[in-house]
Structures are given as structure tokens and as C-alpha cells.
Design a protein around this ligand. Structure first.
Ligand code: R1P
Ligand code: URA
Length: 353
């Protein structure tokens, strides 16, 4: 069917290409009509409900980044000829699809938190034929002795850190306590009260080949910057583990005078429980966990740029953040391109600009 002019993918760096997150005009985006599946809704044009792309708009090799500006900067710097298609969504996602050294790649501006990553992975895998490889390039807080700027590749796995709502709302004599007791009075089983304010999951392991390719490629990018105007060769790659938290504040152990978060010992607890924990962020565990559950459809890896040392409070030199993003983006494209994926779409099957 004909696309409305405003929905057409717009090419290219240095032009007026639409920003990810811009409101697409027309009612097709995110509007489901009767007849669409309740389990996996698509609109009349075949777009998935939230990511709002249809087959042919997302490649089999995907870079997920949290920040919409980072997605655009990497797109402009790393796609062949600075040319790419842009697919914004009314839900805050943005998809950029182009070629890297002739191989189709997409960047997805994902936003923050595991629910956003869930949409990207589930809807992304649904619109793409064949196997997928997905890497995340995020930012994080550095754990332990991690130096801000030394990019952490989670080759040693990730855990999930969650605040236990039953602990927070379990104070004796409160109306929460009385409400919680009501099911028991009606003969229904009562959910158990948690004994700890935060839970730390077991470790999940990323795809080993993709993780190593990503780490090697980041290292090569850092070294290649030597002597350039944006020399970031003083930074290195840390092969370690990471923790994904269900919030930026309480579940990352940030102390807040207003809220009773009971998180004073949390960072220390994570560092004690997770060997080589170097990064604390908000999405990577979920990406890896879904890849594990995908019955072989998806392979995934994650890297993060530590912006701040949680131990010392020292921040990364602000001038080095953008060069590290671009180096990481180019490395992600190289690692994704190195993977053999069965049934991947050919360039001719994709909307590339
Ligand atoms: C919080 O500031 C955000 O930064 C990190 C966290 O995971 C969270 O999404 O990653 P991104 O820089 O990729 O968004
Ligand atoms: N992103 C996070 O999730 N945490 C930090 O401390 C920094 C970036």
C-alpha cells in the first residue's frame, strides 16, 4: 500500500532526516483494528504494535542503544555513505536501517529499562525472517575498581537486581498488611512476604562468539583512534560481568533522603555475590535472558561504557563520551557483521533509505 509522505523513511546524515522519537503522522502507527491478534498485535500495514516497523524495515543484525541521540550519532557516523532509513515510533523507539561494509544492520533506540528491551526483542524478532544477532551498547555505573571509560563487555554474564515490593510494603499494622491478609480470609493462598529488600538473580551467560567478537572489535577501535583528534586509546576493554537493575535509583543503591529504600548495602552485596562485577545498568540481562529463551532464533551480547565509578564518584571526561559511543557503535557493527546467520535478509529485501 502507498505510504503517506510523512511515514516514508528519510535518508541520510546531514539532511533533515526525522529524529527517532519524532511523532509519525497518520493513524497506522500503534492503532490496532479488530481482527489483529490479541497475543501478537500488528496494524493494518503489518507493523508490530510498539516498535512500529514491518517486515523489511529491520535487519537481522541489530544494535540496541538506550539513548535516541546516541542511535542517531552512530547511524550518521557508521552506516555506509552516511545513508540509512529512519522509522520512528509513537512509543519512543526509533529504528535506523542501513548498510555496514555492504551488510544490512539496524540500530534501535530502545529507551530505558527491561520492559522497553522486552518490546525491542520480542517485536524485533517477530518482524525479521531467519536468525538474529543483537548487541547492546549502553552506559553504566562502574563497579569495583572499574575505571570510567574502560568499556565493559559482559563476557562473564549478567544478573538481575530487583526491588522486592512485598518487603517494601510489609510493615506491620499498615493498611498494606491488612489488604495483604484479605485473600487468606477468603480462603485464598497468601503470597509470602519477602525477607530481603532486593533480590539478585543467578548469572545468565551471553553468546560467547558474539561477545568475544564485540570485545575484540572495541579494542581495535580504541587502538585505531591513537593520534586522532578524538584519541581514546588510553581506554581499554574490561571482560567482566554486569548487573541489570530494575531502576536507576533504588535498585542501583543510590541513597535518597526522601524515600525509605533500604539499599545502603546493595552495591556491596552485588559486588560480593557477582564475580568480576564491573557494570551496573538497566537492560542487558533481559536481552541475554530473552536470547536464551528464543529457541535459537536470537544470539546476543552486551557492552557498556562506565560513565561514573560508583566507588569514587569520579565521572568520565565528558569529551570522551561521544568518541567512545562511536567507537562502540562501529565495533558493534563489525561484530554483528562477522556472525553467520541462517536465513538472513539480503540487502535487496530491506528498505535501506
Ligand atoms: C540510565 O541512565 C540509562 O543508561 C543506561 C541504563 O541502562 C539506562 O538505560 O544505558 P543507556 O545509556 O543505553 O540508556
Ligand atoms: N546508567 C546506569 O544505569 N547507571 C549509572 O550509574 C550510569 C548509567
Amino acid at each position: 500500500m502507498d505510504e503517506k509522505p510523512s511515514e516514508k523513511p528519510v535518508a541520510a546524515a546531514g539532511t533533515t532526516a526525522k529524529a527517532a522519537g519524532a511523532e509519525p503522522k497518520g493513524d497506522g502507527h500503534g492503532v490496532m483494528r479488530d481482527g489483529s491478534s490479541a497475543d501478537f498485535p500488528t496494524d493494518a500495514d503489518g507493523r508490530v504494535m510498539h516498535l512500529q516497523v514491518r517486515p523489511g524495515q529491520l535487519a537481522n543484525r541489530v544494535l540496541s542503544v538506550g539513548d535516541a541521540g546516541r542511535a542517531r550519532r552512530i547511524a550518521e557516523a557508521c552506516f555506509d555513505g552516511g545513508r540509512f532509513a529512519v522509522h520512528p515510533s509513537t512509543r519512543g523507539f526509533g529504528v535506523y536501517t542501513g548498510l555496514f561494509e555492504g551488510t544490512p544492520v539496524s540500530i534501535v533506540a530502545t529507551g530505558m529499562g527491561t520492559p522497553m528491551m522486552d518490546f525491542v526483542v520480542r517485536e524485533g524478532t517477530a518482524v525479521v525472517r531467519g536468525e538474529l544477532a543483537m548487541v547492546r551498547l549502553g552506559t553504566c555505573g562502574g563497579l569495583g575498581h572499574t575505571r570510567p571509560g574502560n568499556v565493559v563487555v559482559a563476557t562473564k554474564g549478567l544478573v538481575l537486581v530487583r526491588q522486592e515490593p512485598d518487603f517494601v510494603h510489609a510493615s506491620e499494622g499498615s493498611d498494606d498488611e491488612a489488604a495483604a491478609a484479605a485473600p487468606a480470609a477468603a480462603g485464598l493462598p497468601m503470597s509470602p512476604t519477602r525477607q530481603v529488600p532486593y533480590s539478585i538473580s543467578r548469572i545468565v551467560m551471553p553468546d560467547a562468539e558474539l561477545s568475544e567478537a564485540f570485545a575484540t572489535a572495541i579494542d581495535a577501535q580504541l587502538q585505531a583512534s591513537k593520534g586522532s583528534t578524538s584519541d581514546i586509546s588510553a581506554y581499554s576493554v574490561t571482560r567482566g560481568s554486569g548487573a541489570t537493575a530494575d531502576s536507576f535509583y533504588a535498585s542501583q543503591g543510590r541513597i535518597n533522603a526522601i524515600f525509605d529504600d533500604r539499599n545502603e548495602t546493595l552495591v556491596g552485596e552485588i559486588e560480593k555475590r557477582v564475580p568480576d562485577a564491573a557494570a551496573l545498568e538497566m537492560e542487558s540481562f533481559h536481552l541475554i535472558s530473552l536470547a536464551k529463551a528464543s529457541r535459537g532464533k536470537l544470539r546476543a551480547a552486551a557492552a557498556t561504557i562506565p560513565l561514573v565509578s560508583r566507588a569514587s564518584g569520579k565521572w568520565l571526561d565528558a569529551d570522551h563520551v561521544r568518541p567512545l559511543e562511536i567507537a562502540g557503535g562501529r565495533a558493534a557493527f563489525a561484530a554483528l557483521s562477522s556472525m553467520t546467520l541462517a536465513g538472513a535478509l539480503a540487502p535487496a529485501e530491506l528498505e535501506l533509505e
